[in-house]
Ligand binder design. Structure first.
Ligand SMILES: Cc1ncc(COP(=O)(O)OP(=O)(O)O)c(N)n1
Ligand code: TZP
Ligand code: MG
Length: 540
């Protein structure tokens, strides 16, 4: 049977490994369980099997694949692929050169190649469309399955660089699958974040080994993966731009939702912020919990309307931070990420980059230096944890905010004299495909918040961190159909209006703290956004 290459469905690509079979299962039972429940492509990869046995296993797996009309790919072994007339092979950078593989297999067979960096894309593009049909992009995350990996995990940002290279070198024919450490807790993020910067292509599939091969119940594991892949919203691929901008009416609705849903806001934050953050959260009708206990994050994330504020000024161990991200991502509850002092030290840079790759965030909030650095528009090392002293013009800050929103598929907030908020999270049900939306960062909805400066805000501790508490309360309190952009813009408008009000009422920085909590409480419970001093304007 010859599969037309354009008909190959890469969406759930199972790669076998008999060394991890649970008791009571076989290579064949795991493959069949996968095929029955949504696996769309199979690769037999048995690195420790002698040629004779490998051929027997491949023939038996081939029979099962034929029953489900699914192509079979052979790992590494071109001779075995030819011997059994398999549908194709997958080779890596250290295996037989692609032109030689193509010469032996002929034009109709599927050839997959492992690609880990843009220069390898340039090579395949030079070969042209008759050589490589798809690439395995990885290793995305750490995995024990592939022994002695040549490169360290690339994360979604590494995959984006490869997708960008496919666009740059115009290799439009080439399909892509992500591979390496893929499991239910990171698949949605991989799919939604791994989109080329020009919005014109996403990953075409997810390839994995252990999540199915090592599963005691491979049927259930596959059903879960299939469901997750089919329902994950993909950004910028065949989706429409959200044209709606927040209004006083939509913000009023957000506050009503927060007030009735009373979100639980888990703070993982620095010691200085904890007390004030808790009081700000209470003023907004929400319930704060300051917990860094790794063993309880899953329980907390499952509490109705749970919301996580991750402020990396905290000293919580990275394992706890990652467990918290996992727990909230797993149940689709919002995480507000505040990468305090993003690049002030190597330690913070490494920690924040690690977390940004590891998690999907509803909102990423930072000062102008942090956002400019995240957008790679200002690579100077930040001085301390405060915004750089340089005056950045509004257009640059707005663009940086849009870039961060696009890059991480999030609501990005850039705080400063003016605040900028951009929406990179729009919905739209899209399938795994090379999209045609062509949406780019500068097309994203972006607003500028004007409220005049509030110098005394800088004279108290945790005023910036507590905007994070406000955002986390608002996004946590949304109804399921609520709009994240409305919630974040509403939180910033409320917080800035309260700051201005408190500055007119206080006697100094000490009473400003108290007045700020009073003002937040009063404005929240009044719920009259149309009267707030802070205002927004579209910045596109
Ligand atoms: C779909 C897919 N992607 C990548 C690989 C890795 O292939 P390779 O680099 O040749 O490493 P080994 O699998 O041979 O260890 C793959 N097999 N499948
Ligand atoms: C074959 C291969 N190539 C890169 S990672 C990998 C193994 C992926 O296995 P798992 O899905 O269990 O992480
Ligand atoms: Mg190989």
């Amino acid at each position: 049977m010859v599969f037309a290459k354009e008909d190959v469905n890469y969406s759930l690509y199972l790669v076998t490994d008999s060394t991890m079979l649970p008791p009571g299962t076989t290579l064949y039972s795991q493959v069949e369980a996968g095929l029955k429940n949504g696996v769309t492509l199979v690769q037999i990869r048995e690195k420790d099997t002698e040629t004779g046995s490998f051929i027997e296993e491949a023939l038996d797996v081939q029979k099962i694949c034929k029953k489900y009309n699914v192509p079979l790919i052979i790992n590494d072994r071109i001779d075995v692929a030819m011997a059994i007339d398999a549908d194709g092979v997958h080779v890596g950078q250290q295996d037989m050169p692609i032109p030689m593989v193509r010469k032996l297999l002929g034009p109709s067979k599927i050839i997959g190649w492992s690609v880990g960096k843009p220069s390898e894309v340039e090579t395949l593009a030079k070969w042209g469309p008759d050589m490589v049909d798809y690439i395995g992009v990885g290793t995305l995350f750490p995995t024990l399955t592939k022994k002695n990996p040549k490169k360290s995990p690339m994360g979604p940002q590494g995959a984006i660089a490869v997708l960008d290279a496919l666009e740059e070198y115009k290799a439009s024919w080439c399909r892509t699958v992500g591979i390496g450490g893929l499991h239910p807790d990171n698949i949605q993020r991989v799919i939604s974040q791994c989109v080329a910067t020009n919005g014109k292509r996403s990953l075409d599939g997810i390839s994995l080994v252990s999540d199915i091969m090592a599963a005691p119940d491979a049927c259930a594991a596959t059903v879960r993966l299939r469901e997750m892949i089919d329902r994950t919203k993909y950004q910028f691929v065949d989706c429409e731009l959200n044209e709606s901008f927040p209004t006083a009416v939509s913000i009023k609705s957000v506050i009503s939702q927060v007030s009735s849903n009373r979100p639980l806001v888990q703070h993982v934050t620095n010691k200085v912020h904890q007390n004030f953050g808790a009081n700000v959260t209470l003023a907004l009708g929400s319930s704060p919990i300051m917990s860094e206990i790794q063993s309880e994050v899953s329980e907390l994330a499952r509490i109705p309307n749970a919301s996580l504020l991750l402020n990396t000024g905290s000293v919580a161990p990275i394992e706890m931070l990652k467990a918290a991200i996992n727990a909230y991502n797993e149940v689709n509850r919002p995480i507000t990420f505040d990468p305090v002092g993003y690049s002030a030290t190597e330690t913070r840079l490494c920690l924040n980059n690690n977390l940004l790759t590891y998690g999907q965030f509803a909102c990423i909030k930072g000062n102008s230096s942090e956002i400019l650095f995240l957008a790679k528009l200002n690579n100077d090392k930040m001085k301390g944890v405060d915004a750089g002293s340089g005056k950045n013009d509004d257009a640059l800050l707005a663009r940086a905010t849009q870039i961060v929103a696009f890059k991480y598929k999030t609501i990005a907030v850039c705080t400063g004299e003016h605040d900028f908020i951009a929406d990179g999270t729009f919905g739209g049900e899209c399938k795994l495909s090379s999209g045609t939306a062509g949406v780019t960062a500068e097309g994203l909805p972006c607003v500028m918040i004007e409220n005049g400066s509030i110098p005394i805000m800088g004279d108290i501790t945790a005023s910036g961190c507590s905007l994070g508490s406000t955002i986390a309360s608002f996004v946590g309190g949304l109804d399921p159909t609520g709009n994240l952009f409305d919630a974040v813009v509403g939180a910033v408008l409320l917080y800035k209006t309260a700051g201005k009000l408190a500055s007119t009422r206080c006697q100094g920085s000490g009473s400003f703290h108290v007045q700020l909590i009073d003002a937040l409480y009063q404005l929240f419970h009044e719920n009259k956004p149309e009267k707030w001093s802070a205002s927004l304007k579209k910045f596109n």
